[in-house]
Design a protein around this ligand. Structure first.
Ligand code: NAX
Length: 332
């Protein structure tokens, strides 16, 4: 085995983590590397992780390295290469005696968690650590965490790969193509119902989606709302939120960052804007991304947006700006 990688996972006793963690050590996600795992939970739940560790040991994953669990994030963050921040407080639960219904309450409570986790990652994580925020509201949690970490050499991302995978699946059905023929499915903006899945710029069997689909009415009235509302549709059907598909999307994001992107291709995640595509600097916004040969992850800057696309992205950016305003008290 050539090297090792240390992966810290929060929300490790949750639904997504149960699907995610075994795939981290299966020898595919990080190739030949030995994977050291640090599993993090809140104090009320942390002991349950003993059972998960027993299962991982019983599964005999040849790439599994050291595995530990804790409720102390500062301790967990030490020398972490990857941070998968899945844990957060969901809408609907009672927190400190109050039922959390409003997005602003959710932003504030989870924001507080991400200040502490961000500071720990900035202080104790590797200088080139990559952080993938899955817990919602993912973009703004990442915005808060990145600000608290205050270390530009670390890469903070919020996950939009699940939205991208959902969009690819819908387009493959619409066009009767194999899902592997659909590439560059960009999710612009916020991981929320305002996101803009860009069917015009997706590549379908080597051709621009715009010309292959050739049906703006379907894109606007069917495709976009279906992708935007897919999370809710899964909850309605399953009685629980997307877990195995979210775990697969997190793995896809890691793989996309761990190896150079094929020429002309891109993948989806939200990262801090550098002003590209007129997105206000610093906002954690869904962009098309490429991993360079030296391992750095950059925004792909040659996508041509239609006026329709620009209008849709603006709606999501306005939402991100409103979320930024709602958490300004958490910024230093
Ligand atoms: P679960 O409720 O099953 O698990 C969440 C776990 O996080 C719980 O075990 C809880 O104890 C733990 N937790 C809470 N605060 C923590 C903290 N400060 N440190 C460590 N652990 C903490 O939720 P699950 O279905 O796994 O979903 C997790 C998050 O993913 C939710 O916020 C959910 O909204 C979000 N999602 C994000 C998606 C995306 O594409 N970005 C898609 C799927 C999912 O909806």
């Amino acid at each position: 085995m050539s090297a090792s990688v240390k992966v810290v996972v929060t929300g490790a006793a949750g639904q997504i983590a149960y699907s995610l963690i075994p795939r981290l050590v299966n020898g595919r996600t990080f190739g030949d590397k030995k994977v050291d795992l640090v599993l993090v939970e809140i104090p009320q739940v942390v002991d349950k992780l003993k059972g998960l560790i027993m299962e991982l040991e019983d599964s005999y994953f040849p790439n599994m390295g050291n595995i530990t669990y804790t409720d102390n994030f500062d301790e967990a963050a030490s020398d972490g290469d990857w941070f998968l921040l899945v844990g957060s407080i969901p809408r609907g639960i009672v927190f400190n005696g109050k039922k959390i219904e409003e997005r602003s309450d959710l932003l504030s409570i989870n924001g507080g968690i991400f200040v502490d986790q961000g500071q720990a990652i900035g202080k104790h994580g590797k200088d080139d650590a990559k952080i993938l925020v899955v817990g919602n509201p993912a973009n703004t949690n990442a915005f808060i965490g990145k600000n608290a970490a205050n270390k530009d050499s670390q890469l903070w991302m919020a996950m939009t790969m699940l939205d991208s995978n959902r969009a690819k699946s819908i387009i493959s059905k619409k066009t009767n193509k194999n899902i592997s023929d659909i590439k560059n499915m960009i999710i612009w903006g916020n991981h929320s119902p305002t996101m803009y899945p860009d069917a015009e710029n997706t590549i379908i069997s080597g051709e621009l989606g715009n010309s292959v689909i050739n049906d703006m009415n379907w894109i606007e009235s069917n495709f976009i709302p279906t992708v935007q509302q897919r999370g809710k549709a899964v909850i309605d059907a399953r009685g629980a939120s997307s877990a195995t598909s979210a775990a697969k999307a997190a793995i896809d994001t890691i793989i996309a960052c761990e190896s150079p992107t094929e020429s002309g291709e891109c993948f989806s995640a939200a990262v801090a804007s550098d002003g590209s595509y007129n997105v206000p600097e610093g906002l954690i916004c869904g962009f098309p991304l490429i991993t360079q040969k030296d391992g750095t992850v950059d925004i792909k800057r040659d996508i041509v947006l239609s006026d329709f696309g620009k209008t849709k992205i603006k709606i999501s950016i306005d939402e991100l700006l409103a979320e930024k305003e709602a958490v300004k008290h958490l910024m230093k």
